[in-house]
Structures are given as C-alpha cells and as structure tokens.
Design a protein around this ligand. Structure first.
Ligand code: DCC
Length: 191
C-alpha cells in the first residue's frame, strides 16, 4: 500500500504562489539599505523555519509528479487546457521575474519552460522516465511578459526509447518561440 503524503498540496501551492509573488516583487523595487537589511533578516527567518521540514528526495512536495510546475519555485507555471495523446495546448503568463529587458522574457527562461512543458508531456503521453537529449530553441519574435500566451506541444514520433517532440509559444497568431527536442527513455537502473 502506498503511504499517503504527509503534506497538503493545495496549501503548498499557495506557499509557492506567495514565493513567486516575492520573486516578482524583488524585481520591481529599490529599497534603501536599512529596509534591505530588515527584509534580508525576515527572509532568512522564513528559510530557517522551512528547514525544519526538510525531507528526503522522493518525499519533497516540489517534486510531486502530479502537480508539475505548480509546486516548484523555479519553474514557470503554465496551464494545460486541451490535451490528446499526441498534442497539448495551454496558456502561460510570464511575469516581471522572468523578464530579461524591454518587456521581453529572458532568453534562458524560455528553454526552461520548454524543457518542463515538453518533458512533462512526454512523461505523461509518451515514455515516462525520459531525459532530455537535446532541446533546440528558436526565438522568432519577442516573447512579452504580462500577457496570456498560448503554448502548444506535439509528439512527432516515437522510435524505440526516443520521443521526438516540438513546441511553440504564441502571442495570438504570432509565434514567439519554437522548440524541437528529443527525450530518451532511461534504461532500468540508469542513473
Ligand atoms: C508525470 C510527470 C513526470 C515529471 C517529469 C519531469 C519533466 C521534466 C523533464 C526534464 C528533463 C530534463 O531536464 S533531464 C536533464 C537534462 N538532460 C540530461 O542531463 C541528459 C544527459 N544525457 C544523458 O543522460 C544521456 O546522454 C541520455 C540518457 C540522454 C542518452 O544516453 P543513453 O541512455 O546512454 O543512450 P544512447 O545510447 O546514447 O542514445 C539512445 C538513442 O538516442 C540517440 N541520442 C542520444 N543523445 C542524442 C542527441 N543529443 N542527439 C541526437 N540523438 C541522440 C542515440 O543516437 C541513440 O539512438 P539510436 O542509436 O537508438 O537510434
């Protein structure tokens, strides 16, 4: 029998959302030194409190497989609205924490979203326990922050352990970025 997790995922999602809010707010402020010192101590207190709940790998909420990016502080949150066996459509809204400059999403954040989006989709509809072998991203036009954008993923073909997948981020009819990737299913015992 599988042991029920000791945590409550819904309230943890609230904690992660509060953290995302903190991250974004950090990107928007210019506090004076005294306030910065005070805030640093407050954040250190929160970290100290969280450390009381450290858990071994496999028991940490941030890696809850069912919840995906919702429970991970680094990953970009997206919503899948329509999935079939070979395709996924959804939405993503990047915020100020994801901005590189000039209202554009940072060029490193976009591959992170694709790796997670495509990797999760491959795990659920292709071959579970796969790892990214390559991920090629083309930046076709500026990816704006603070707008609901469309994401698409498609499994192109599966050959043995290999799943070939593509993805796009679009702003209306405009393609902002596109990706093609290969995920390779790990062999039993492969680290
Ligand atoms: C439910 C929610 C879950 C939740 C799931 C979580 C979702 C998030 C997913 C995130 C995934 C990651 O970021 S993973 C982290 C980033 N990736 C990595 O660290 C991977 C590092 N690389 C590796 O570990 C390895 O190179 C592997 C596992 C990818 C492949 O090694 P291998 O197992 O020894 O296999 P190997 O024989 O080399 O290759 C197998 C086949 O793939 C081909 N192949 C391998 N690499 C490449 C390549 N770069 N380009 C072209 N082809 C390649 C080979 O030619 C071969 O084809 P043929 O001769 O058979 O035709």
């Amino acid at each position: 029998m599988t042991e029920a997790p000791a945590y409550d995922t819904t309230s943890f999602v609230d904690l992660i959302d509060a953290f995302r809010d903190l991250q974004e707010t950090l990107c928007l402020v210019a506090p004076p030194p005294a306030a910065t010192l005070e805030l640093t101590a407050a954040v250190a207190d929160v970290t100290k409190r969280l450390k009381e709940f450290e858990a071994p790998e496999g028991h940490r909420v941030a890696r809850d497989r069912e919840m995906g990016s919702d429970v991970h502080p680094m990953l970009v949150k997206y919503e899948a609205t329509d999935t079939s066996d070979t395709s996924l459509a959804g939405t993503v809204t990047f915020n100020h924490a994801h901005m590189g400059g000039g209202g554009a999403v940072h060029g490193g954040v976009i591959p992170m979203l694709f790796d997670d989006l495509l990797g999760m989709f491959v795990s659920r509809r292709g071959q579970p326990n796969s790892r990214t072998a390559f991920l090629n991203v083309n930046y076709r036009s500026v990816t704006p922050v603070l707008r609901a954008l469309r994401v698409d993923a498609r499994i192109e073909k599966i050959e043995g352990r290999k799943t070939f997948v593509t993805g796009t981020i679009s702003d209306g009819y405009l393609v902002c970025a596109e990706a093609e990737a290969l995920f390779v299913r790990l062999l039993p015992g492969q680290p």
